[in-house]
Design a protein around this ligand. Structure first.
Ligand code: NAD
Length: 254
């Protein structure tokens, strides 16, 4: 019960890593606010937590929209009176060499992956400041630190999230708020499956080549990242501030 009674908002909790984290948080006795733009998938996650005996509520949210992000925070405060943890997980992929990326596609990935960290944080931080307590977990990626082919726009967003994490930590440390970043390697989720299918003629060969880049020789599972998120959400990580936490099978060093 590492998150007993902690009120935790997880964005993008309808799928992949966010879904896995929501289920793990629920199992650790958190009160989980499952936030997602996809109503059906978000409701499924909340149901799965409740079926396992946990506490969860689904809140529809588009993290790129100020009214929606504020409503997500307001609803959490209305229901539970506080926010202990904000996990800014929602994200989308961006594929292509820079000259191939259309301006709309560039803006879309910037909007979800950067504005989608800024807006929920903007509204969740004031109630955390008032209580002088909180843990914010921002989803970056190992791509913030290594070059990968045809991922320019996506890499730019994840580098930005890492920088933002450090600035946020400096600003909010005096208010008892910790802000850390997760840097996963390749984790098999719908996001990656879709990327492989649309970007490679032979997705199976692409998986083998990705595995070779890892010291572990294997790709990650959503649970691998969810476990790290539990740690950053819990008081066990109370001395971690502004840290990049790698969950990448050693790809950064491979
Ligand atoms: P996923 O596609 O399985 O899940 C993403 C979720 O975010 C979906 O449920 C989707 O509906 C939701 N979402 C998208 N736009 C939204 C919006 N505007 N508002 C609210 N919710 C929205 O992806 P995943 O692989 O679980 O990725 C989760 C996060 O982890 C992303 O930020 C991604 O960049 C990051 N990440 C993933 C990997 C990986 O290999 N899978 C590696 C590093 C970082």
């Amino acid at each position: 019960m590492r998150l007993l009674d902690k009120v935790c908002i997880i964005t993008g909790a309808g799928s992949g890593i966010g879904q896995s984290a929501a289920v793990r948080f629920g199992a650790e006795q958190a009160i989980v606010v499952v936030a997602d733009i996809d109503r059906e998938k978000g409701e499924e996650t909340a149901q799965a937590i409740a079926s396992a005996g946990g506490r969860a509520v689904f809140v529809h949210a588009d993290v790129t929209n100020p009214e929606s992000a504020k409503a997500m925070v307001d609803e959490t405060i209305r229901l539970y009176g506080r926010i202990d943890v904000l996990f800014n997980n929602a994200g989308i992929s961006g594929v292509g060499m820079l000259h191939e990326i259309e301006p709309d596609a560039w803006d879309r990935v910037m909007n979800v992956n950067i504005r989608g960290v800024y807006l929920p944080s903007k509204y969740a931080i004031p109630p955390m400041m008032e209580r002088r307590s909180g843990s914010i977990i921002n989803m970056s990626s190992c791509i913030a630190e290594i070059g990968l082919a045809r991922r320019a726009s996506y890499a730019a967003t994840k580098g930005a999230v890492l920088s933002l994490t450090k600035s946020m930590q400096v600003d909010y440390a005096p208010y008892g708020i910790r802000v850390n970043a997760l840097l996963p390697g390749t984790i098999m989720t719908p996001f990656v499956e879709n990327y492989l299918k649309t970007s490679y003629d032979d997705p199976a060969a692409a998986i083998e080549s990705l595995k070779k880049r890892q010291l572990s020789g294997e790709l990650g599972r959503p649970d691998d990242v969810a476990n790290a998120a539990v740690f950053l959400a819990s008081d066990e990580s109370k001395f971690m501030m502004g840290s990049p936490l790698y969950i990448d099978g050693g790809v950064v060093f491979g």
